[in-house]
Design a binder for this molecule. Structure first.
Ligand code: ADP
Ligand code: MG
Length: 379
């Protein structure tokens, strides 16, 4: 894709060259975004009428604004293969359109600028039905079905190699980015199959965020820009006030705001490992997902950082459904209300041996293999 015809997502998109033939404003991708002055409703934190000119308290710190999206940041964003949102060119079907032109117009139509700062959707249940997965002809999951209840934390446990990460990647359509990967089955988000042909990859990514084992902020990008990095990649348009709002609230929810509020312009790479992981959580939260997937999010962290992340998860559960893969049995018990035990027999694809309320899984497992695993007898 060419950088030249990409529109940075700012409060007012740049004026378009006059089109050869009249096209509807909504399809041109250059619609002026109205200032957000609509009063907050009761479901939204109070927002002063001055929101259109900036969120209170930000003027003095001077963050946000046009420099929030620099060309360097953009390039880094799209070049970085570690990022949960694949570069547009890597997304089948998006091709060279990337985030300019037709794609951006579609995104603008799909995600109109919300009329208030907090555009969160209600809690959602995630349901996997009969998920079978392959890498080439190597089958790694066999008919896995699991309901992950809305507003709860579901933990996935089991030995390495039994397909937990693969299952998690299938839940937000990351699996399909692996060239040899294929799958069968359905993933329903509040009853809607995210794999339906008319459904877009970026919709799944926006609704279902992912945090990885190794914190992967963009190291040279500012903390502020890291938090809002997902907005552009999922086609969400936001003006300055909304960006500032999302940065503060996402960092607060991730338990990092107090530590970084005075250095939002500092690079994300300068934070400690635990802080970087919370920054990644904030980045996921900024697109206001309905589900957050976490693949061993604490396995690279020290015990103190781990506890901070666990507390953060417990607080988040009231507004986002969480699915966490963990090898830490204490962690599964501390944070999750539901638990599923995955296992793969020798040379066989993985599947769920047993699932249910975490207390029962650990206190009264029905399957001997579950009992052995949760009691540390293998794995
Ligand atoms: N990108 C990949 N290409 C080929 N095989 C893979 C790939 N990722 C995972 N696998 C294989 O899929 C199986 C399940 O792996 P994974 O989902 O990572 O398990 P877990 O997270 O439980 O450790 C393993 O046999 C692994 O080698
Ligand atoms: Mg894994």
């Amino acid at each position: 894709m060419t950088d030249a015809n990409r529109d940075p997502v700012t409060e007012v998109l740049p004026a378009a060259p006059a089109p050869a033939a009249p096209i509807p404003a909504a399809a041109s991708g250059t619609v002026e975004v109205p200032a957000m002055v609509e009063p907050a409703t009761e479901s939204v934190p109070p927002v002063p009428a001055s929101a259109a000119t900036g969120y209170p308290g930000y003027a003095s710190t001077g963050f946000g604004g046009p420099e929030a999206t620099s060309p360097v940041a953009d390039a880094q964003l799209e070049a970085d293969p570690r990022y949960a949102y694949a570069a547009p060119s890597a997304i089948p079907g998006y091709g060279d359109a990337g985030f300019s032109g037709a794609y951006q117009a579609a995104a603008a139509a799909a995600y109109p600028v919300p009329s208030n700062l907090d555009a969160r959707e209600p809690l959602a249940m995630l349901e996997a039905r009969g998920i079978t997965a392959w890498f080439g002809d190597h089958q790694v999951l066999d008919r896995v079905s699991l309901t992950m209840p809305a507003g709860q934390i579901t933990s996935l446990i089991g030995p390495s190699g039994c397909g937990k990460s693969t299952f998690l990647r299938i839940l937000n359509r990351m699996h399909e980015l692996v060239p040899s990967a294929s799958l069968a089955g359905e993933v329903l988000l509040d009853g809607d199959d995210i794999y339906e042909p008319q459904k877009r990859l970026t919709d799944a990514r926006k609704a279902i965020g992912m945090v990885f084992q190794k914190p992967n902020p963009f190291p040279a990008m500012s903390i502020y820009d890291n938090v809002i990095a997902g907005l552009k990649l999922t086609g969400i348009r936001a003006d300055r006030a909304r960006k500032d709002y999302l940065v503060e609230t996402s960092l607060q929810k991730a338990g990092l705001w107090k530590e970084v509020r005075d250095r939002l312009r500092a690079p994300g790479g300068g934070l400690s490992g635990g802080q970087q992981q919370r920054l990644c959580i904030a980045r996921s939260l900024a697109v206001q997902p309905r589900v957050l997937l976490m693949d061993e999010p604490c396995s690279a962290l020290d015990p103190t950082s781990t506890r901070v992340i666990e507390e953060t998860m417990l607080e988040l559960a009231s507004e986002v459904t969480i699915v966490i893969v963990t090898h830490n049995m204490q962690q599964a018990q501390r944070v999750s209300s539901q638990c599923a035990f995955f296992l793969a027999g020798a040379g066989k694809p993985g599947g769920i041996v047993e699932h249910g309320p975490t207390d029962a899984m650990f206190g009264d497992p029905q399957d001997d293999r579950t009992a052995d695993y949760v009691n540390g007898r293998f794995g």
